[in-house]
Design a binder for this molecule. Structure first.
Ligand code: VG1
Ligand code: CO
Length: 552
């Protein structure tokens, strides 16, 4: 095995965002682009002797060549072994599990998650540390700094590795090994340890109908193993389960706009199944639907927290919960009742890792269709689906009759009140226009407090900062908050995962204690607040946009 040091020129745009480095495939295809970033990661890590690297991705276009390059560079940078998911595929939560289960030094997860794929779509790369979670900011900041100064990268002249067949390839008398693994079994085993599969199997056999949409993305094989092989669900309850390099031309984002196949089925009146779910490109997001009913991700987290003791893995209770700042306060109410701590972190899963490692929290979630627990250090789409099914099975009556998802939500709101919630996204806005919206709001920080807009009075506003109580690090500029006297709020943030222009996200939340109003559509209930958000931000005037691209 010959190691070559190749000269390269630095790129100045390799700053990791909310979840790794995401760019158009064509950007990643530039000579040296992927290599520079990978070398900058390896230089930051100072890889110890004998270390193993986990590698896999969501199967999107460019996954395969990128994996070959990473294997060759891992060999040249001192790794002794690389574990690769069969066919190069590892869902994000499965990658996290593999890193933890086999105690690998870290992992490269190749994904642009919910972003579109294909040759004209997006690609992405993220480094996860040995706890299985995304590298914290102190590492990603260092990687970015190194990427701006890089002059050479190291690569070994290895032949192309067959990543489609389980097995091991050994080089240089065992100095370097590549092992192709079947992560589906490892992941399914973990799920079977956490949940009551016997009860879920019984629920599915009782006529309770489930529909799961893998959106042509990575969870297809995992869903087939878990739902069909292990839980006995009929094959017809799964759809779009063959991973495709361009997600069949779709947008693998499980929300009411992009998961339209599933939404049609779940809103088909009486004929609709009892429970529907979808996951995203890399399998870490989940959308939960009932018969003609949508569960807001923030509410889903709260319902799971409130019912956690019905699940074997959490039967003795949960230590605490955490949510990202823009996520609604629904879970805070559950935490208060359970008398457990609730942490508020910036957007992105990397901020939950320290709290989980320190044993402070068991469940975490984000409004962006992400929920998980300390079983891994990533959000986990199928885990959330199984959690819901376990709760539904445990709540079924003596005759095996399950409650509807809607009934579970109504009962939850009756007990805790409802945090009415919605997010409006304005995508592909010219960067200057998006920045001017944010600047315009910030310029009003001093004048807004005390002002009244219709039925809402502004209490305070700020740009959210987070102090990590475990490692003492501080993250600034994590989103603008306008907090009203009655506890309602509007949050404005620029997305850190897009690859074209800017995306403005407006998060809206109002508390409704009155159960006579709990059935109201969120857009109706929040109508006044939506107008206030547009008035304060001048978004329409500054961007020329009349309506959001996506409403969740
Ligand atoms: C979005 C979500 C955020 C999530 C991130 C990664 O980030 O809002 O909650 O953690 O995507 O999810 P942003 O910066 O665009 O708002 V995934 O499933 O794309 O890895
Ligand atoms: Co994702």
């Amino acid at each position: 095995m010959k190691i070559i040091s190749k000269p390269t020129s630095a790129f100045n745009d390799q700053k990791p965002g909310t979840s790794g480095l995401r760019k158009k495939v064509k950007v990643f295809q530039q000579p040296g682009y992927l290599e520079n970033f990978v070398q900058s990661i390896f230089d930051t890590l100072k890889v110890p002797a004998g270390a193993t690297l986990t590698v896999g991705g969501d199967g999107r276009y460019y996954n395969r060549p990128a994996i070959q390059t990473i294997i060759q560079m891992a060999a040249a940078n001192g790794f002794a072994r690389v574990l690769v998911g069969q066919a190069g595929i590892l869902s994000t939560p499965a990658a996290s599990h593999i890193i933890r289960k086999y105690h690998t030094y870290g992992g490269m997860v190749l994904s642009a998650s919910h972003n579109q794929g294909g040759i004209n779509g997006d690609f992405g790369i993220k480094y996860n540390i040995s706890n299985g979670g995304p590298a914290p900011e102190k590492i990603t900041d260092d990687v970015f700094a190194k990427s701006k100064l890089i002059t050479h990268y190291k690569i070994a002249d290895l032949p192309e590795i067959d990543i489609d067949h389980i097995g091991e390839t050994i080089f240089d008398d065992g100095k370097f090994t590549v092992k192709i693994i079947d992560a589906v079994q490892d992941y399914a085993d973990l799920m079977q340890e956490l949940f009551d599969f016997t009860a879920i199997k019984k629920l599915l056999a009782s006529g309770f109908k489930v529909q799961f949409d893998a959106m042509h993305a990575v969870t297809g094989p995992y869903a087939q193993e878990i739902f069909t092989n292990r839980l006995g669900a009929p094959i017809t309850s799964l759809m779009n389960c063959v991973p495709s390099e361009d997600f069949n031309g779709g947008h693998p984002d499980p929300n009411l706009t992009y998961a339209e196949d599933l939404v049609k089925i779940m809103y088909a009146g009486d004929r609709a199944p009892d429970f529907g779910a979808a996951s995203d490109g890399d399998g870490d997001r989940n959308m939960i639907l009932g018969k003609n009913f949508f569960v807001t991700p923030s509410d889903s987290l709260a319902v799971l927290a409130a019912n956690a003791t019905l699940v074997p893995a959490y039967a003795t209770g949960i230590a605490g919960v955490a949510r990202s700042m823009p996520t609604s306060g629904a879970v805070d109410r559950v935490a208060a009742k359970l008398n457990i701590p609730c942490y508020e972190t910036p957007t992105g899963w990397k901020f939950f890792g320290n709290l989980m490692d320190a044993g402070k929290v068991t469940l975490c979630g984000e409004e962006s269709f992400g929920t998980s627990s300390s079983h891994v250090r990533e959000k986990d789409g199928l885990w959330a689906v199984l959690f819901w099914l376990n709760v539904l099975a445990a709540k079924a009556d003596a005759c095996g009759q399950a409650q509807s998802v809607e009934a579970i939500l109504m009962a939850h709101w009756a007990e805790f009140g409802r945090n009415v919630y919605s997010r409006h996204d304005y995508e592909t806005i010219p960067t200057d226009a998006a920045n001017s919206v944010i600047q315009h709001i910030k310029a009003q920080f001093e004048s807004l407090p005390g002002q009244t807009f219709g039925s809402y009075s502004v209490k305070t506003c700020d740009d959210f900062s987070y102090l990590d109580s475990i490692d003492g690090s501080i993250s600034h500029n994590q989103g603008i908050r306008i907090l009203f006297e009655d506890g309602s709020r509007i949050v404005f943030r620029l997305s850190g995962t897009g690859t074209e222009g800017a995306t403005i996200r407006i998060y809206l939340e109002a508390f409704e204690p009155d159960s006579r109003k709990h059935h109201l559509d969120a857009q109706v209930a929040l109508a006044e607040m939506i107008q206030i958000a547009l008035l304060i931000s001048q978004l329409k005037e500054k961007t020329g946009r009349d309506t959001p691209t996506v409403i969740t």
